[in-house]
Unconditional design. Structure first.
Ligand code: GLA
Length: 703
């Protein structure tokens, strides 16, 4: 129902409340936090927040609007920076319309003098606030936009910690925790893809917040290109989180009447710790329509050819690997890099997406037929945004790449980036992939992207990084529409493109190129804050990790991989009988528990030093799996007991050790038993003495 300029708008989830005030024509968040009772008078919140005049400060203080504006005299980073050749740079749009139906709200504000209209769309979807800002140029000249933030949310002074996620190739999603300081904490990503180093998400928490306790606010920007995320803290005690796409100079220019919408901000809040925040994000993702296709069948166990053969393709070998993969339980065979014309190493071939007949003399059909005869789906690797200078495509269209005249390209895996901002490039790539998918029986694409956009100049000489990202989205959307049954994996040298924007059109993230099971536990833990297990590609790698050189047992590699979208990526011909048997048993266990792993609530445990512990609990608490890994030797002979979490306190659970198949250590618990949820969560479980690099997995079933 529409109301003209109400003083307050309130949106509720089951456990969260948002209240926006409209005083002075500026929509500003008055409250964002755990659910308030229905009878909470918004005016009482305003009174609780009211401030007297502070020395040496403006009074009344400038409200912290959904878009802080320069025309307000806002002392911090503006949510909109735009101008007309240097003029009209300090906008002050004030409310003209407000709409709300209790689930969603829209605030429209206009600055007639400067020709600017701002619309904020906010929706409470489950427990997640989904918010975007739209700017329209209602003036009569071109408006250059330097930045447009998604709606800005305030931070209370009692939440001082910033938990960020950063990393590098083969070591993504590492968590950092810092205390907010006055001024800006800013992370900028200019790599042209979501990036390994600046994940567009963060958590703001109380100092005492843990996985299970305390207040935590989560924020994520659903955008796969350049971005800026900022936490600003003012000397008046206020603070905010601002997230936005990061345009390059002159990259966004709006003609009269044109609009620009910010990427979507996803926000959640909980006073039950960071696990609860993850549940909100996971449940929201699982509920969105784009995710439903993952529910049409269990997530197939992948076999990926990369670390087994790299570029050294031979059809007979790949068929043999397919036979081995099916024997241990694979359900999908993915042919990675190296199958297409001229691709004998990483110096040539990208762009020429036809089968290399010097290797596959009869095309891919015999391999696909073989794979399918073994009951597996077939998947294919592509890197559609890239071209090697040594390729027919580049020789025919050297002008199709992103480039800056006069500035030499950087060497980066011997490849350049095609300009997806150009319609003819998008059309060509779509046609080529469409033809492959129409020719062959292909159920899965691994869409890779292995270099930064270091020189993102478009054909018109202007910056084209945003247009590239939008172009990638468009091609993916067209492919999905044309081939709705083909699943797509998002890979960018591992986890360099993981965000809700790309995941609106893809079905899995290749989390990291590192298959080192110990490193993976930290990578997967970080990843799990925003993404559920069924989206997390997780493979059993070789006995000696190709990236870290670490030797780890098959039992540990299996235990780590089984808690994601499981797969394997190793030369199965090299396995001895014992390892083959362990791998097959681990895949079988994953399949038995797959519905729980891919549908339950993740519970990260605050375990003692040296132990990584987490579990998955069915939403009704009836069943759970817990994984406990000894990472290093404990300081004491026995590590402190591990207290489980997320269980039904009053219920009696039958506990069974389900992994490893044979436990070298003597452990009274190995034969199982019956325990109450309260005992498991309050007394905890004493682990046996285990070698570092060993994991146990416990299954609990409510009696
Ligand atoms: C990237 C991916 C790998 C693999 C190679 C192939 O590094 O992350 O998984 O596909 O490319 O070149």
């Amino acid at each position: 129902m529409t109301a003209l300029l109400p003083s307050y708008v309130r949106l509720d989830g089951n456990a969260v409340t948002l209240v926006v005030a409209t005083a002075g024509g500026i929509p500003a968040v008055l409250y964002w936090g755990p659910r308030l009772s229905d009878d909470t008078d918004p005016a009482s919140l305003a009174l609780l927040a009211a401030r007297a005049e502070a020395p040496a400060s403006p009074f009344p203080e400038v409200p912290l609007g959904l878009t802080p504006q320069a025309g307000q005299g806002w002392p911090g980073r503006p949510g909109l920076a735009a101008h007309r050749d240097g003029l009209g740079w300090a906008s002050l749009a004030t409310l003209t319309h407000v709409f709300s139906d209790g689930q969603r709200a829209q605030f429209e504000a206009v600055d007639a003098l400067n020709g600017i209209k701002l619309v904020h769309d906010l929706a409470m979807e489950g427990e997640v606030l989904v918010a975007r800002t739209t700017l329209t140029n209602i003036g009569d000249s071109v408006l250059t936009v330097e930045s447009l933030a998604a709606p800005v949310l305030p931070l209370p002074g009692f939440a001082p910690d910033i938990i960020g996620f950063e990393g590098r190739w083969a070591n993504e999603f590492q968590m950092t925790r810092q205390v907010r300081h006055m001024g800006n904490w800013v992370r900028e990503n200019r790599r042209g893809r979501t990036s390994h180093d600046v994940f567009p998400g963060l958590i703001i928490a109380e100092a005492a917040t843990t996985e299970h306790h305390g207040l935590a606010f989560g924020f994520h920007l659903g955008w796969s290109g350049n971005h800026r995320i900022a936490v600003e803290s003012f000397n008046d005690g206020r603070g905010l989180v601002m997230m936005e796409a990061l345009p390059l100079p002159g990259e966004i220019r709006l003609a009269p009447g044109e609009s620009l919408t910010s990427p979507v901000l996803y926000a959640a809040v909980s006073n039950l710790g960071m696990n609860s925040l993850s549940h909100a994000f996971h449940r929201w993702l699982r509920a969105r329509p784009e995710h439903q296709r993952l529910r049409t069948k269990p997530r197939p166990v992948n076999y990926n050819s990369w670390e087994a053969v790299y570029f050294n393709h031979a059809p007979a070998v790949l068929m043999d690997l397919g036979t081995h993969a099916a024997a241990v339980g694979a359900e999908r065979f993915v042919l990675d890099d190296g199958w297409f014309k001229g691709r004998r190493n990483d110096r040539a071939g990208l762009g020429d997406w036809s089968v290399d007949t010097s290797v596959y003399s009869q095309g891919l059909a015999p391999l696909i037929t073989h794979v399918e005869s073994l009951g597996m789906e077939f998947g294919l690797w592509l890197e559609p945004e890239m071209v090697n200078p040594d390729s027919d495509l580049f020789r025919a269209h050297p002008d199709w790449v992103l480039d800056i005249p006069g500035a030499p390209q950087l060497g980066f895996r011997h490849q350049l980036v095609l300009d997806f901002g150009r319609a003819e490039v998008r059309a060509h790539i779509f046609d080529v992939i469409d033809a492959i998918l129409s020719t062959y029986s292909i159920a899965y694409l691994k869409w890779d992207m292995n270099r930064d956009l270091s020189h993102p100049g478009g054909a018109d000489g202007r910056a084209g990084a945003i247009a590239h990202t939008q172009g990638v989205y468009e091609v993916l959307d067209r492919l999905r529409a044309a081939h709705p049954h083909v699943e797509i994996e998002s890979c960018a040298s591992g986890g360099g493109r993981a965000d809700y924007g790309i995941l609106a059109r893809t079905d899995r993230v290749w989390t990291s190129d590192s298959n080192d099971a110990i490193d993976r536990l930290a990578i997967q833990r970080g990843f799990s804050h925003f993404f559920p297990a069924e989206l997390m590609g997780s493979h059993v790698g070789p006995g000696t990790c190709h990236i870290t050189g670490r030797k780890l047992s098959m039992a540990l590699r299996v235990a780590t991989a089984m808690f994601g979208h499981m797969g394997m990526e190793l030369d199965l011909r090299e396995l001895d009988a014992a390892d083959s048997e362990t791998l097959a048993a681990g895949i079988a266990l994953h399949k038995r528990q797959r519905a729980l792993i891919h549908g339950g609530d993740l519970v990260r445990l605050d375990a003692p030093d040296g132990i990584n512990a987490f579990g998955v609990v069915a939403s009704d608490g009836a069943e759970a799996l817990f994984s406990l890994t000894m990472m290093t030797e404990p300081r004491t002979s026995f590590a402190a007991p591990i207290r489980l979490a997320g269980l039904d306190t009053a219920a009696l659970y039958a506990l069974e050790l389900v992994w490893p198949q044979r436990l070298g250590a003597s452990w009274p618990m190995a034969t199982g038993g019956r325990f109450t949820g309260a005992a498991l969560m309050q007394a905890g479980i004493q682990l046996p003495r285990l070698w570092p690099g060993s994991a146990v997995i416990l299954h609990l079933k409510r009696r």
